[in-house]
Write a protein that binds this ligand. Structure first.
Ligand SMILES: NC(=O)N[C@@H](CC(=O)O)C(=O)O
Length: 425
């Protein structure tokens, strides 16, 4: 295994120093290190973050390998600075058995670019009727701890209660896609002034807020861990703030796009902006940003949702919801938060690793720690060209935008997956 000596790199909250990576771990840190056998990387001006961890990624394999595969999604993740991603269960077949989650886990190991941690479905076929084999998925080689019907809400309160109770035995967590389905029938975008003007059916904020309110109460009642996917409204933030103050074991994520883009994007009728939950208002964005800074929202998760051209480049009403995220998330975080590296490390690496229970991830570089880390050039700016993305899909909402920051290198257990901004494999 090659050793790497990273010279003059800024660690979070510290002066520039050197970092020696050997045998998969950080062997030494400190100024003026020497290691004759190591490959030297000059990291002057670069920041080393613990490898990013995405709690919400759609890899589309099995079933829609034309949109993404475990391997292509893993490469996109590594290029985005990630060393671990949690793969959502809405594949085809659905990841609702030990067999499917083991398949995804094995494909992740074979690709070897990031750690792929499968998420299991809460209900059989995401149909919301019967609990899936949660225990078998937890006991499988994939060691599933997060369960989610993402793409669908677990709308039945009794089923949600049972799921929360069931996963307690192995410290699991239910990640809820909060959307009261009766309130979003036929919805195309955020319900508000813009939807009224465009004549598109609205997805009201209350459809999200009502489910979060119900589920934090259920989680409190049974004493279980709940995670809320892609929080998108100011009202949801208030419900979460209240729940956290009561000591409910709830965590929450926000996506990069919900921190940046508003429902006015729908005025273009470009389906690249169609997403679930929908883009909201500038007031929602302000509340989400404040909640992220404060910790009411724990993490940034991408909800990387690749879709094939025919599913996106069509009429708005027929387009699938979802947008790419892995290769642009750090840049959006930098744009939104500025160079608050400790906050970025917390929200994009440490906290998601803790929530997912991923050993060896989310740890700041220090002697003896697994060398899962990413080197960022904060001064670089880059123009997003969809054709240059590693994802098999092209549905980025940031096409031709100039974004700050560039991932220069990513290391997974001491092996580079990205060097000089390019995928190693
Ligand atoms: N977030 C999205 O807009 N899309 C998700 C599923 C979903 O939440 O609808 C997808 O799988 O494409």
């Amino acid at each position: 295994m090659t050793a790497y000596l990273i010279k003059n790199v800024s660690l979070v909250g510290a002066e520039p120093t050197d970092l020696l990576i050997r045998d998969g771990v950080v062997a030494q840190t400190g100024p003026g290190l020497a290691a004759p056998d190591a490959t030297v990387l000059d990291a002057t001006g670069l920041v080393a973050l613990p490898g990013l961890v995405d709690l919400h990624t759609h890899l589309r394999e099995p079933g829609r390998e034309d949109a993404e595969t475990v391997e292509s999604g893993s490469r996109a993740a590594a290029l985005g600075g990630y060393t671990a991603v949690c793969a959502m269960a809405n594949t085809s077949p659905v990841a609702d058995t030990a067999g499917v989650v083991e398949q995804v886990w094995r494909l992740g190991r074979e690709a070897g670019l990031v750690d792929v941690q499968p998420i299991g479905a809460v209900t059989v076929g995401l149909a919301g009727e019967r609990l899936a084999e949660l225990g078998a998925m937890a006991d499988s080689a994939a060691r599933v701890r997060i369960f989610s019907d993402d793409g669908h809400c677990v709308a039945d309160p009794k089923l949600m209660r049972r799921a929360l109770e069931y996963v307690k035995a192995f410290d699991g967590v239910i990640a809820q896609h909060a959307e009261e389905p009766r309130l979003t029938e036929g919805a195309q975008m955020h319900e508000g002034e813009v939807s009224t003007r465009l004549g598109l059916t609205g997805w009201p904020a209350v459809a999200e807020e009502a489910i979060i309110a119900r589920d934090v109460l259920l989680a409190e009642h049974v004493g279980s861990r709940l995670h809320i996917c892609h929080v998108s409204t100011a009202g949801s933030v208030e419900v979460l703030r209240h729940a956290k103050a009561r000591g409910v074991k709830v965590t929450a994520e926000v996506t990069p796009h919900h921190l940046l883009l508003t429902d006015e994007k729908a005025e273009t009728y470009d389906p690249v902006y169609k997403v679930n939950p929908p883009l909201r208002t500038a007031d929602d964005i302000a509340a989400l940003r404040a909640a992220l800074a404060e910790g009411v929202i724990d993490i940034i998760a991408t909800d990387h949702a690749p879709h094939a051209v025919e599913d996106k480049e069509c009429e708005w009403a027929y387009a699938r919801p979802g947008m790419l995220g892995l290769e642009t998330a750090l840049s959006i975080a930098l744009d939104v938060l500025g160079p608050q590296w400790d906050l970025i490390a917390e929200r994009m690496s440490r906290a998601p690793a803790r929530i997912a229970g991923l050993e060896g991830h989310g740890l700041d570089p220090a002697p003896g720690v697994p060398a899962n880390l990413t080197l960022v050039d904060p001064a670089a700016r880059r123009v997003i060209e969809p054709a240059e993305l590693a994802s098999r899909s092209r549905n980025t909402p940031y096409a031709r935008m100039t974004l700050p920051g560039r991932i220069v290198a990513t290391f997974l257990r001491g092996e580079p997956t990205v060097l000089d901004g390019k995928a190693v494999r």
